[in-house]
Design a protein around this ligand. Structure first.
Ligand SMILES: Cc1cc2nc3c(=O)[nH]c(=O)nc-3n(C[C@H](O)[C@H](O)[C@H](O)COP(=O)(O)OP(=O)(O)OC[C@H]3O[C@@H](n4cnc5c(N)ncnc54)[C@H](O)[C@@H]3O)c2cc1C
Length: 394
């Protein structure tokens, strides 16, 4: 593969991106920086990110630095100093010094409200590059170009179609065929707890019970993002208007401030999501179509890496498109750089979730004792590996 030293002409003049989530917008920002023309087509009529908050791990912050967005994200969120695992009574099982890890990796770990992250990515991408109410339903790869078809009956042409359309990606279905999602065995709830007094400390926690977890992440502006999980059949629903109440019942007897956080959350803003992933695949591209983010490697959220990996994909794909003179070489380099790493995180995340959701009291006692016994330096290692971002050499 011959890197294109002059960086131009790029192998594509116009890129169509399906989906204005974290991955699609990050790719828009990276292509804009690279001087490559693009349009993001978003199904929703209005851009409004679902899912309260999230953690941007050090690898995502390092990737965002290449787009000059790391400082904006850090100041719109909360830089986290420590991550702890607790049991349901609040007893410490394990701790990771995120401040130290961040210094070693050269980038911090940040908790942030999703709406604020999306706003930063949208501004960097440029709102005029995003078309809402445009659902991609299919495409024809015509060799010299690609033709996208939309739900409203219209069509557009481009040199490359990037499927950044999430877990239930239509572009992926066109590329790899329809396949069922893999249910993890647990569901989740997420919310934001407003205006805590005193302001939250820079510590993120995850408390482990029997078949259930509760996580708390400061996201700046005095707010806390929280998530809860519980083993449950797929497709379950909460009684309308009683989500908060049923969570208060489910987490009754757990340590403070869990009940206080739930009480301070607006019922209508609680989001419930069944947790799915897909078995990893080795090819994310064919011809003039390529996948990115959850469309390529949907993962369970146990390592807080889904959005972070989407940002890594975006930065690496844009680098590929400006560095090679043929599209085939650029996409091969992108896959070589990304597939193994992302797939490993899919697998690790799934295993971590399986253990964290153990239900039998005896197994939970044993698990908690083992987690407590692991030296902190060893406990930090898998996180440090996942949090290291490097763009491979051309
Ligand atoms: C409970 C939970 C907690 C999580 N916590 C974290 C965390 O702490 N850190 C982290 O990094 N990640 C986390 N994640 C994962 C993260 O949310 C996803 O990995 C991330 O949003 C993926 O980004 P994406 O852009 O690939 O897809 P999405 O965010 O799903 O965006 C896809 C976009 O495409 C649009 N779309 C869909 N179909 C079409 C179509 N046919 N045509 C046009 N547009 C379309 C959608 O409307 C959407 O806007 C968590 C996930 C869950 C469920």
């Amino acid at each position: 593969m011959t890197p294109n030293p002059s960086a131009f002409p790029a192998p594509v003049r116009r890129v169509a991106i399906a989906g204005a989530g974290i991955g699609g917008l990050a790719l828009g920002a990276a292509l804009r920086q690279a001087g490559i023309e693009f349009t993001v087509y978003e199904r929703a009529a209005k851009l409004h990110p679902v899912g309260a908050g999230l953690t941007m791990q050090a690898n995502a912050m390092a990737a965002l630095r290449t787009l000059d967005l790391d400082e904006a994200v850090a100041s719109a969120g909360a830089v986290l100093g420590e991550a702890v695992i607790l049991d349901r009574t609040g007893r410490l099982l394990q701790a990771i010094d995120l401040g130290r890890l961040g210094r070693e990796l050269g980038a911090p770990v940040v908790g942030i409200h999703r709406a604020r992250l999306h706003r930063i990515l949208l501004d960097a991408c440029g709102a005029d590059g995003v078309r809402t109410d445009r659902e991609v339903i299919g495409y024809e790869d015509e060799g010299e170009r690609i033709r996208l078809r939309f739900r409203d009956g219209s069509a557009e042409e481009a040199d490359l179609l990037v499927g950044a359309d999430g877990l239930r990606s239509a572009v992926r279905a066109g590329l790899l065929g329809e396949s069922p999602l893999r249910y993890s065995g647990y569901t989740s709830w997420r919310g934001i707890c407003r205006a805590m007094d005193p302001a939250p400390v820079a510590r993120t926690s995850e408390s482990w019970g029997e078949g259930a977890r509760f996580g708390i992440v400061p996201v700046g502006s005095g707010e806390l993002y929280w998530f809860a999980t519980a083993n449950a059949p797929a497709g379950g629903e909460d009684p309308p208007g009683r989500i908060r109440e049923s969570l208060l019942e489910r987490f009754a007897g757990w340590h403070e401030p869990i009940a206080r956080i739930l009480e301070r959350t607006v019922e209508e803003e609680i989001v419930r999501t069944d947790i799915h992933d897909r078995p990893p695949v080795r090819r994310w591209s064919k011809g003039r179509v390529v996948l990115l983010g959850d469309a390529a490697h949907p993962m369970t959220p146990n390592l807080g890496q889904g959005g972070c990996q989407a940002i890594e994909d975006a930065v690496v794909l844009a680098r590929a498109l400006r560095s090679f003179s043929t599209l085939a070489e650029a996409l091969r380099w992108y896959e070589n750089a990304r597939v193994r790493r992302a797939n490993q995180i899919v697998r690790n995340s799934r295993s971590a979730g399986r253990i964290a959701q153990w239900e039998s009291p005896a197994a939970v006692l044993l698990r908690n004792a083992l987690v407590r016994a692991v030296p902190r330096s060893i406990a930090a290692r898998p996180f440090a590996r996942a949090m290291r971002f490097e763009i491979p050499r051309l």
